[in-house]
Design a protein around this ligand. Structure first.
Ligand code: F6P
Length: 552
């Protein structure tokens, strides 16, 4: 395990390190009080989003040094290389071209790939329009009413988030998501559905993922049990994959398979056919608006200078906290219940991308990379973990996400939500002194002695940093821009850390061990080399609960 070592890879890092030390007395609240331009100057707008980063532990010197870091790490050139399709996924020798999925056009070497994207979008549109028009029928001839996306990781989190976030834009079709290999996930989802009117989207880039294949087989068995015959099954399945032969072997014909390409990473894939369930749920026009919003953020990312570039600035802040101030985590608090899946989505996006311990060339890093991402929809966390944010011992930078209007008709309640969001970021910053805690206790009727005794428990140190990312309204465009913002933030941090954000070798060993342990649980009668004592004991405990049938 690494201990905190300041980032040292670039010449400016030593200056950043000493400046970080001199910041120990910096007060965010005083900086805002003494400089009435700070709130405005430390705010950026792009693609319908506004980032207020004035409540951070940075002064103008820190900002200027961080911008030197952006320059020394060639962030602008790296962004251009990403967008033109350079092989930045060096360990897998391919580009990461998720931005092409939402581009209105492409030229040069990207043109042939773009034609494939356009052709796939056209097929997605046809599917979405037919399903929404009731033209696609199941085995009994009834129109499809429910879509179940079966996928996991990037084949689940992005579509699930987008579908939930855009609920006010839904048509009449209902979308459900099944990810876990635990059969309870599939069973719970299917228990209220009618097999004759349910369509499954088997979403798997590899079409080899254990959880997804197990659930796909479960779905097939459910349909057969409900009266579908083998010949009619394909009406109930779509596949989204790079592995078309495997999908066809499963029984999904080519005209029900939507392609995906190896230059789209799973966690960056919601813009592709992986997003078909969203496109069905919100209708084709709204899915197009999502892509338009993401593309607006891509254009900003490609063209704005680092000082005015929202993803770059967010990455520089992440580097500042993890690399110089020792923060090991980052909290995301969307004050919009429809974004309650955002922290889950960002966990995969940032921790699968940047949870790495070696550089692009394989050298062991001596500094921390991705922070732990966590959070939940406001105001839920206020009644659980915000205690730690306000009075705990760890530095937890927060992103507050704040749509300023609601789709709900109960706007008075939304006003309360907004008030809570603004109150939390302000309380984190201003805190409460011993004196004010003491006075508050006296006002509550405590005696002098009791107030003195209790006051330290009410003290809140304050000076706790946060960003607020606001938007006039959460709609397909602003949602697209928000997700693209975090994608590019993740990319920029990876460039400074010199890691490849587009591979995920770390997930493989557990999968291999899982296959081996499954064979042991299946009790094939084979003898296996012993494992460690703890795993062996737990396998024996499971076997004791599942006695093998006697040989006849
Ligand atoms: O195991 C990790 C992972 O490969 C993720 O990167 C990916 O999003 C997820 O599994 C699902 O993979 P697939 O889409 O190939 O089923």
């Amino acid at each position: 395990m690494t201990t905190f070592t300041p980032l040292s890879a670039f010449p400016v890092c030593s200056k950043l390190g000493s400046h970080a030390e001199s910041m120990s007395t910096f007060s965010i609240a005083s900086a805002l009080d003494s400089d009435n331009t700070r709130a405005k100057e430390f705010t950026l707008s792009a693609a319908g989003l506004e980032l207020d980063y004035s409540r951070h532990l940075i002064d103008r010197k820190a900002l200027s040094l961080l911008l030197d870091l952006a320059k020394q790490s060639n962030l602008t050139e790296r962004a251009a290389a990403l967008l033109r399709g350079a092989h930045l996924n060096n360990t897998e020798d391919r580009p990461a071209l998720h931005t092409l999925l939402r581009a209105p056009r492409a030229s040069g070497s990207l043109a042939p790939l773009f034609s494939e994207v356009e052709a796939t979008l056209a097929r997605m549109k046809t599917l979405s329009v037919r399903l929404n028009g009731g033209e696609h029928t199941g085995f009994s001839g009834m129109a499809i009413t429910d879509i179940v996306n079966i996928g996991i990781g990037g084949s689940d989190l992005g579509p699930r988030l987008v579908t939930e976030a855009l609920r006010p834009f839904h048509g009449h079709l209902r979308c459900h998501y099944v990810a876990n290999v635990d059969p309870a996930d599939l069973q719970t989802t299917l228990q209220n559905l009618n097999a004759a009117t349910t369509l499954f989207v088997i979403c798997s880039k590899s079409f080899r993922t254990e959880e997804t294949l197990a659930n796909a087989l479960g779905a097939r068995a459910w349909l057969l049990q409900a009266g579908a015959n083998e010949a009619e099954l394909s009406r109930h399945f779509l596949a989204v994959t790079t592995n078309l032969p495997a999908a066809q072997e499963f029984g999904i014909p080519p005209d029900h398979c939507l392609p995906l390409w190896d230059w789209v990473g799973g966690r960056y894939s919601v813009w592709s056919a992986v997003g078909i369930s969203c496109a069905i749920a919100v209708g084709w026009e709204n899915f197009g608006r999502l892509l338009t919003g993401a593309h607006a953020m891509d254009t900003h990312f490609a063209t704005a200078p680092p000082a005015a570039n929202m993803p770059m600035l967010m990455a520089l802040l992440e580097i500042w906290y993890t690399g110089f101030l020792g923060a090991g985590n980052h909290v995301v608090l969307p004050y919009d219940h429809s974004l309650n899946r955002l922290p889950d989505f960002l966990q995969q996006l940032t921790m699968e991308s940047n949870g790495k311990r070696v550089s692009t060339t394989g050298a062991t890093l001596d500094y921390d990379t991705a922070p732990v991402i966590w959070g939940c929809a406001g105001t839920l966390g206020q009644h659980s973990f915000h205690q730690m944010l306000h009075q705990g011992t760890r530095l937890c930078p927060v992103d507050f996400i704040l749509p300023l209007t609601t789709h709900s008709s109960i706007s008075e309640q939304h006003m309360r939500l907004v008030a809570n969001c603004l109150a939390q970021s302000r309380a984190l910053m201003v805190g409460r002194s011993l004196e004010s805690a003491h006075d508050a206790l006296l006002r509550r009727g405590f005696s002098q002695a009791k107030a003195k005794e209790l006051a330290p428990h009410l003290v809140m140190p304050g000076n706790r940093p946060s960003s607020t990312i606001s938007m006039a309204c959460l709609n397909p465009e602003t949602l697209g821009a928000l997700l693209a913002l975090y994608e590019h933030r993740t990319f920029c941090s990876a460039q400074i850390w010199d890691i490849n954000p587009f591979d995920q070798w770390g997930v493989e060993l557990g999968k291999e061990f899982g296959e081996d342990i499954l064979r042991r649980l299946q009790g094939s009668g084979d003898t296996f080399p012993p494992l460690d004592g703890s795993t062996e004991r737990l396998i024996l405990a499971w076997l004791a609960e599942h006695p093998q049938p006697e040989e006849p």
